[in-house]
Design a protein around this ligand. Structure first.
Ligand code: ADP
Ligand code: MG
Length: 699
């Protein structure tokens, strides 16, 4: 029997949110804090003391004993170090205390987090600083304070700080543009994000029998199951009872943390599912997505399952991504990417649209870099997810508008309605007509853009930092020009026309999975950065460095360190995968196949001994086939071992990453191919691992 749950009551019950603050803080304190949250004003230390105490009281009532500064270092996951609230008293007892200083600032040992050479280990101090724009929450009996993380010398070592900086930048530049359109009310512009999260669920017992899943999150060997996704019976299909229970439990856990979990359904691949929240500001969406991934995994364990967030856990089966739905809104509640109805608003919309088009074209490489990872390399360009080529889908309605702007012609929606752009009414775009291209990496979906290249495991901060900064830059350029113009109305149409004409090559409304598109994109001069190391070569071009430095999102030192960390991370991941493969190949697969061959040989010999007339060609044939494959397998093992040794001699982060991609990864693929072929001929009693069929259809 299922319990009736009161969703509004549990929602946010573990969050020190606005309602709780209002209840628990003195009026003045609440006001001061609210001002900091909304306008980014600096916080008075006295206010912090009162807030800290109220937070602690609230947390203790909810059963918390510890607090932690919760942050997002460059590891891609979140970090926390728990301190209890206890403080000794004179009589040998303790009281529960939490000071303003402890709330505002933490000093974790930074030496164990990646810093890309910014901070030598001898000056290991790092700081975490409270981010009051993201609510504190309780997780596992600990009060978690969302914080930014920087080095002793002030360089950022995390993903939140640059995200907050980029949000500031786009807000400032968007407001300049809005003022030109006569908007005097907006005082802050925020970017909003709703990200759809894909994941796999598999049985825990089976998971534990696979070293590759345990060490790398993906299967390194595994022949195709007889059934895959070809019947298309999983997407939106009825959800199995065990998964239903999991999803219900997950929803509740997320709701308690104030996460707006909204939509859940089965995805295309067997055992694959999706969860989407209602959108919020980029900053909160990022924190919430990190939490969602963590809770997804934890909740799965409770249900005897494992949640795989790797971008490609199973070869030959769809991988998992994350769709980053992104828009820009004013604090007066207007979505700036909503085409709307009236002409004045539409010109404003067209200018914002032009900024995105120009930005995505000029900074294709940065957007590509922002989603590059060893895991995502299996998806991008693998003929399922969007290819590695960045292009934009805007849909037929907008395309017609764009065409008319470029051609300087009248825009006609249908034969009865002729509209002169800029002086007449534009159509009210029907959302549905824009959302049908599922192959585009960057699609306009009615009032937002959906960036679809993100891998499922990614921290969404990075792509959003790029998007915000890029669009801030384009808006700044537009504002520079328009602020000088004598005749704003003409000037604005000129700016829109120029931007769209010069950057129309980035728009592609066709099928992004087709061969023709790859060739067409090349003709258009669009970049096609297929792998992570290839993409990273374009990270620190002068143009990109200038962008970030100009907008003070990253310093040059910070950029260099990031590039170094990410390249190193790539090489480390491939290295772990290669070592895991060797372990599996030498210690499990080879002995298993050899054992099976011996059994068959023994059988054949026994038959022969009994009588020459008993046929043993079945055994002999398999023995012959497997023996040849085994010998080939042994050679591929040796080849992989050899390149791993060579890898140790390569110098330079980029060169090492290149080597792992070109040599090590290639050797792994070859080893796998032989292993997978043997799997199809070896008795299931002998094969040391659960198969794809077991894993994908077990839950
Ligand atoms: P789909 O058709 O791609 O499944 P939906 O229209 O249901 O998508 O929306 C997908 C996501 O987009 C949801 O997380 C939703 O909250 C988010 N979204 C909707 N509007 C906005 C917006 N203005 N800004 C950011 N995200 C948004
Ligand atoms: Mg979507």
């Amino acid at each position: 029997m299922s319990k009736v749950i009161n969703v509004p009551e549990i929602f946010g019950s573990m969050v020190f949110d606005d309602v709780t603050m209002k209840e628990r803080l003195p009026k003045q304190t609440y006001k001061a804090l609210k001002k900091t949250i909304q306008d980014g004003d600096a916080l008075d230390p006295n206010v912090a003391t009162i807030v800290a105490n109220a937070m602690k009281d609230w947390a203790v009532e909810k059963g918390a004993t510890h607090y932690t500064h919760w942050f997002q270092p460059m590891t891609g996951i979140t970090a926390e170090k728990h301190d209890s609230f206890i403080n000794p008293t004179d009589d040998g007892r303790v009281i529960m205390e939490f000071s303003g200083k402890e709330l505002i600032k933490g000093e974790p040992d930074a030496s164990s987090f990646p810093s890309g050479g910014i901070r030598a280990t001898f000056e290991a101090r790092g700081y975490t600083a409270w981010d009051p724009t993201s609510y504190a929450f309780i997780k596992d009996g600990t009060l978690c304070i969302p914080t930014a993380f920087c080095s002793y010398t002030g360089e950022v070592l995390d993903k939140k700080t640059p995200l907050l900086r980029s949000m500031e930048r786009i807000s400032a530049e968007a407001i300049r543009v809005l003022r030109l359109f006569g908007d005097t009310e907006t005082t802050r512009v925020v970017t909003t994000v709703g990200c759809e999260q894909e994941y796999f669920l598999i049985d825990k017992d089976l998971y534990e029998q696979r070293k590759d899943l345990i060490f790398t999150g993906r299967t390194l060997f595994g022949a195709k199951a007889p059934k895959g996704q070809e019947l298309e019976d999983h997407y939106f299909g009825a959800i199995r009872p065990r998964v239903v229970e999991y999803m219900a439990d997950l929803d509740q856990e997320l709701w308690k943390l104030g996460i707006l979990a909204k939509t859940k359904h089965n995805e295309v691949a067997p055992a694959q599912h999706e969860l989407a929240p209602i959108f919020s500001t980029s900053n909160i969406a990022t924190d919430h997505n990190q939490l969602t991934m963590e809770i997804m995994k934890k909740t799965a364990e409770k249900h005897g399952m494992v949640c795989l967030l790797h971008e490609k856990p199973f070869a030959g089966v769809n991988g998992s991504g994350k769709h980053n739905n992104w828009s820009i809104s004013t604090n007066t509640g207007k979505n700036l990417l909503d085409p709307g109805k009236s002409p004045a608003e539409n010109k404003q919309f067209l200018l914002f649209l032009a900024a995105v088009i120009k930005g995505v074209d000029e900074y294709q490489d940065l957007l590509r870099v922002s989603v590059a990872s060893a895991g995502n390399d299996h998806r991008l360009g693998a003929n399922e997810a969007p290819p590695a080529i960045i292009s934009m889908f805007i849909g037929d309605d907008l395309q017609a508008v764009v065409d008319s702007i470029i051609g300087g012609k009248e825009y006609s929606n249908d034969s009865s309605k002729k509209l002169q752009l800029g002086s007449n009414v534009l159509p009210d775009f029907i959302r549905d007509t824009t959302d049908r291209n599922r192959t585009s990496p960057f699609a306009f979906t009615g009032n937002k853009f959906e960036f679809r290249m993100l891998g499922s495991a990614l921290n969404i901060a990075c792509p959003n930092i790029m998007l915000n900064t890029i669009v801030a830059e384009e808006l700044a350029q537009f504002a520079d020009e328009l602020e000088k113009a004598d005749d704003f109305d003409t000037a604005v149409m000129d700016v829109i026309k120029k931007a769209i004409s010069e950057h129309q090559r980035i728009i592609f409304n066709g099928n992004n999975y087709s061969e023709e598109w790859v060739a067409e994109a090349e003709r258009r001069g669009l970049s096609n950065l297929r792998t992570t190391p290839e993409a990273f070569k374009r990270y620190l071009t002068p143009k990109n460095v200038e962008l970030f430095v100009k907008h003070r999102v990253y310093t040059e030192v910070e950029l260099n360190s990031r590039c170094e960390i990410l390249l190193e991370n790539y090489a480390k991941i491939i290295n772990i995968e290669a070592e895991t493969m060797l372990d599996m190949a030498k210690r499990d697969i080879l002995p298993a196949v050899s054992g099976y061959v011996r059994e068959l040989t023994d059988t054949a010999l026994a038959k022969k001994a009994l009588s020459d007339s008993i046929p043993c060609d079945a055994e002999t044939e398999i023995v012959d086939k497997l023996s040849k494959l085994l010998s080939c397998f042994a050679k591929k093992i040796a080849a992989l071992e050899e390149v791993l040794i060579k890898a140790k001699d390569v110098e330079g982060d980029q060169e090492i990453a290149d080597f792992y991609q070109q040599e090590v990864f290639a050797a792994m693929q070859e080893l796998r191919a032989v292993g997978d072929e043997m799997e199809t001929s070896v008795s299931s009693e002998y094969w040391p691992y659960p198969t794809y069929g077991d894993l994908l259809f077990s839950v």
